[in-house]
Design a protein around this ligand. Structure first.
Ligand code: HEC
Length: 244
């Protein structure tokens, strides 16, 4: 699935050392790459940044990789393991102003002191074109989860262009009637108020019972939509849901 991920939390884990025990003899510390490899270091909130670090161990010790957000303090983003623990994809949390996030990996063979490397990823707020291109309007063949059911028919239609999609969301009444409205959810998107925006609530799995199902419908994932995509939508709504 492009642009989406389904696990959360800080990243970590072990790799290498088929037997796990390492070779006999004196310990040699792991050789860790000089820098984290990050092809893209400027993203919008919720856009995944790929990170990886190379590391080898002469003793064939099992290596542990621990990925953390060093700064800013406060709300944490998400690391999603990308194949093996030395490679991750990272999403910022909701980010309302351009912010530099410092991310760290700590590598250890659990015998010598950990080696640390850091990388800075610049995160800006998403524009609506990002919401459309990375979440709502992604074609089914590219892993999109919304246009398959909401492409061209039914009570809610994403729309074929960002402008059409924006017009169908912002301050537009939903189809769930009085029960959902009296539970506090007034429109598909209420600018500056994601908790009253049905689009956000359904993606996060937080919609009141009178407001129908989670989106994408039928998923068993919790939360239903990839957390990074919900970060993109939530940030855009909190910024007033502009048509940019
Ligand atoms: C398997 C088909 C299916 C998929 C995939 C799907 N939806 Fe839905 N969606 C529905 C159906 C059916 C409804 C009407 C019932 C309901 O609201 O629970 C609906 C309702 C909605 C509504 C409420 C419309 C209104 O006016 O009440 C929104 C918003 C929505 N979907 C957004 C999304 C988003 C965003 C995605 C992608 C993350 C998505 N849907 C994926 C089938 C789907």
């Amino acid at each position: 699935m492009d642009g989406g991920a389904t696990a959360g939390g800080s990243g970590g884990g072990s790799a290498g050392g088929a037997s796990g025990g390492g070779l006999p003899g004196p310990n040699v510390p792991p050789v860790v790459g000089a820098a984290i490899t990050a092809p893209v270091t400027s993203v919008f909130a919720g856009q995944l940044a790929s990170l990886s670090i190379s590391a080898t161990d002469a003793n064939q010790d099992r290596l542990t990789f621990t990925w953390t957000q060093v700064s800013p303090a406060g709300e944490q983003g998400f690391f999603f393991q990308n194949g093996s623990p030395n490679a991750q994809r990272w999403s910022s949390p909701e980010t309302l102003t351009p912010t530099a996030y410092v991310l760290r990996v700590s590598v250890t063979d659990n015998r010598s002191p950990p080696e640390e490397r850091e990388v800075t990823v610049m995160v800006r707020p998403p524009r609506f074109t990002d919401v459309f291109n990375a979440v709502l309007g992604v074609p089914v063949l590219q892993g999109g989860q919304c246009v398959g059911c909401h492409g061209s028919m039914g009570s809610y239609t994403v729309g074929g262009t960002p402008n059409a999609a924006w017009t169908r969301l912002v301050n537009v009444a939903h189809n769930h009637g009085a029960g959902c409205r009296s539970a506090g959810v007034t429109s598909l998107v209420v600018p500056n108020d994601k908790q009253r925006s049905l689009l956000y609530l359904k993606m996060a799995g937080l919609q009141p019972a009178a407001c129908g199902d989670v989106m994408p419908r039928g998923t068993s994932a919790v939360p239903p939509s990839p957390p990074n995509q919900t970060v993109t939508v939530g940030t855009w709504i909190r910024l007033g849901a502009p048509n940019d």
